[in-house]
Each structure stands twice: as C-alpha cells, then as structure tokens.
Design a protein around this ligand. Structure first.
Ligand SMILES: NC(=O)c1ccc[n+]([C@@H]2O[C@H](COP(=O)([O-])OP(=O)(O)OC[C@H]3O[C@@H](n4cnc5c(N)ncnc54)[C@H](O)[C@@H]3O)[C@@H](O)[C@H]2O)c1
Length: 352
C-alpha cells in the first residue's frame, strides 16, 4: 500500500514508519520538524521511506503527498494540554484545521481511507469505565480540538473509510524520543535525580507501548471498514499515577517516590478505559506491559543512547516554547485557518 503519514517524523510516526516499511508498504512522511533544530530526517526515518518537509496547514503540500495514496494518516499536531495552552490559536490550527484540510484533500484526491490520531484525553473525567460510545468530556484545548476534529472528519468523509484511534498515553523507545509523557518522564527523572515527583497519585490513566500503536495502525490500514473509532491500549494497562511511579521505582532500584499534593489541580483527567472493541477486532492487540517501556527507556538513558535526558529535544513543551520564540512555528491565520478556527469558536463545549 501507498501510505502518507502527516506528522510522521515524531515520537509515534518514526516508529510507525519503520514498522510499515518493514511490512513492505511505501511510506511518505510529511513533517515540518517543528521542534528539532538541524535534525536529520535520515537519522529518524528508514531509507525505504520518502520524506517531505512541509507545513501540515499547506493544502498544496498535503495534496502533493496524497495524490495516488491508498491511505493517509494524520498524527501531526500539538500533544497535551500544556503545549496547547501556550498558544490556543496555534493549537486549533495544528490539531483541528490541519486534519480537516488533510481530509478535504484526501476526498478530492480520491484517497479511500483516512486514519486520525486522537486521544483517550477526550474522556476527561469519568467515574465509571469509558468506551467509544461514552460521550466525550473534553477538559481543555487539546481534548476539545481532538473531539471537534473527530466530528468534522466524520461528516466530511461520509463516503469513504475513516478510522479514529483514541490512544492511551504512550511509553517506550522511539528514534524521535519524547521524555515528557508520564511514564517516560518519571523514568528519566528517577535516573537523573533518584526521585520520582508524584503530584496526585489517585487519577487513573491508560498506558500503551509505542510499538503496539504502530502495530494497531498497520492492522487498521490493511482492513479499512466504514467509520470506526477505537480506544488503543489494553484493559490491564489502566493504572493510577501512583502505580506508574511504583512501576518505575521497580525498574530503577534505590530511587524514591516524592509524593506532593494528593491531587494534581492542573490535570483533572481521571478515567478507566475499556479496550474491548479493539480486542474484539484485533485479538491480542497491545500486548506490551508498562514495565517493558520503562525498562527500554531506563536502558537507553543508562547506556547513554539519549544525548542527555534533560535536552529540550526530548520535551515537546520546552521545544515548542523555543520554536515559538525563534519563529520556527506560529499561528498563520490565513484564509483556511481562519475559516476553520470559526468552527472551534462556534462550538459549545457543554457536550455531556
Ligand atoms: N504520545 C502520546 O502519548 C499520545 C497520546 C495520545 C494521542 N497522541 C496523538 O498521536 C499523535 C502523535 O503524537 P506524538 O507523540 O508522535 O507527537 P510528536 O510531537 O512527537 O509528533 C508530531 C509531529 O508532527 C509534526 N507537526 C506538528 N504540527 C505540524 C505542522 N503544522 N506542520 C508540519 N509538521 C507538524 C511535528 O514536527 C512532529 O514531528 C498526535 O496527534 C497526538 O495527539 C499521542
């Protein structure tokens, strides 16, 4: 298959590109490398893939890549509430306008299948177990842009296949390593300082290994089927934040957990997720436990494979602040972005 990965030079995309090319697919990655300075895509991506450096808000660039493709996958954007809160207009452009433009282009280019990377963060706070039929409860800009993109893509692509992947929080090793998601961050901190800071331990989160996400992507790409939404992870990989810290502590002997306030006021997400739909469609999906990803990251830090775990390139939030400061990325507010920003402004968020 000919597959385009928009945002494919990131943490998930580089792992997915390797996996898909190893399976024999022709992969084109379109990415603006919005965080890296002078980074070489040849170091991040397999030689069997094609790389195009472009802005994912540029319909002409999206179209060039999509022409002749069997499927396009959108995994570009700003990840997490803190990054989105730095510049709400930019967040809406990257997380909402860009996937909508990609879907519009896919329609006119005759691409039969669009895959959109969303997040379990859309569930926000729920007392019981959430599944794909649970009404989203987006608590911030990141989750809102994801919910709105899911809805608009569903309307736009009514005559072709759309797969929405709502990912659990990802852990493990990647050629484009991130150390700012919860398990990876705790692991790097435990090794660097001997401490795991814990702000609120009771909130529940699902976790998933980065290679398992790539494998689910490969499976959905080869079985397009109408409109489908999947939570991506495994039932047994629901953890509390304290349990994540304990898993890291077991992998880094001698480190201690420093418990802060009982709740993290800045992040109210708390939900238990069902992955039954994914498991029914793809038996055995997402088999890798959290302990494996923690071990991988710990081994990489200890072996010196990561230049220095404190470098901004491993932290999207620091990287984004730097990129905004040096003008590497900014809100465009061009005609397309303004048109689509209006959807976001119009939307009422009392969705429960
Ligand atoms: N990593 C996680 O824990 C996680 C969890 C849930 C959902 N997701 C979703 O998965 C997707 C991928 O996440 P990731 O961790 O790989 O993120 P990442 O930041 O590592 O990768 C995103 C890539 O998109 C590129 N990009 C962003 N905006 C762009 C633009 N306008 N033009 C060109 N390139 C642009 C960046 O350069 C980067 O390489 C995102 O949509 C994210 O919301 C990730």
């Amino acid at each position: 298959m000919r597959i385009v990965l928009y945002g494919g030079a990131g943490y998930l995309g580089t792992v997915a590109t390797r996996h898909l090319t190893e399976l024999g697919h022709q992969v084109t990655v379109v990415d603006g490398l919005i965080y890296q300075r002078g980074d070489d895509p040849a170091r991040l991506l397999p030689s069997a893939s094609t790389f195009i450096q472009a802005d994912l808000r540029d319909p002409a660039a999206l179209r060039r890549a999509a022409t002749g493709a069997d499927a396009v996958v959108h995994l570009g954007g700003l990840v997490g509430e803190p990054a989105c809160a730095l510049d709400e207009t930019l967040a809406v452009e990257l997380n909402y306008a860009s996937p909508v433009l990609a879907a519009e282009v896919a329609r006119t280019a005759g691409v039969k299948h669009v895959v959109f990377f969303s997040s379990c963060s859309v569930y926000g706070h729920h007392d019981g177990t959430v599944d794909e039929d649970t009404t989203p409860n987006p608590l911030g800009i990141y989750a809102r842009t994801k919910v709105l993109a899911e809805r608009t893509l569903t309307g736009l692509l009514n005559d072709r296949a759309l797969t929405v992947l709502r990912l659990a929080t990802v852990h493990g090793r990647s050629p484009r390593q991130r150390l700012d998601s919860v398990a990876n961050r705790m692991t790097a901190q435990a090794l660097a300082t001997g401490r795991i800071p814990l702000n609120g331990g009771t909130q529940r989160r699902p976790l998933v290994h980065v290679a398992d996400v790539a494998d689910v992507l490969a499976q959905v790409l080869t079985t397009p089927d109408g409109h489908r939404t999947f939570n991506v992870g495994a039932d047994r990989e629901n953890y509390t934040i304290a349990e994540i810290a304990q898993t890291v502590q077991q992998a880094v002997p001698g480190c201690r957990i420093d418990a802060g306030p009982e709740r993290d006021e800045a992040d109210a997400r708390d939900y238990r997720t069902s992955f039954a739909r994914l498991t029914a469609a793809f038996p055995g999906a997402c088999p890798t436990p959290l302990s494996h990803g923690v071990r991988e990251v710990a081994d990489a830090v200890q072996a010196g494979d990561l230049d220095h775990p404190d470098l901004p390139e491993y932290d999207n939030l620091v990287g984004l602040k730097n990129s905004l400061a040096d003008g590497r990325i900014r809100a465009l507010a061009d005609d397309d972005c303004t048109r689509l920003h209006a959807d976001y402004t119009r939307t009422s968020w009392s969705v429960r």
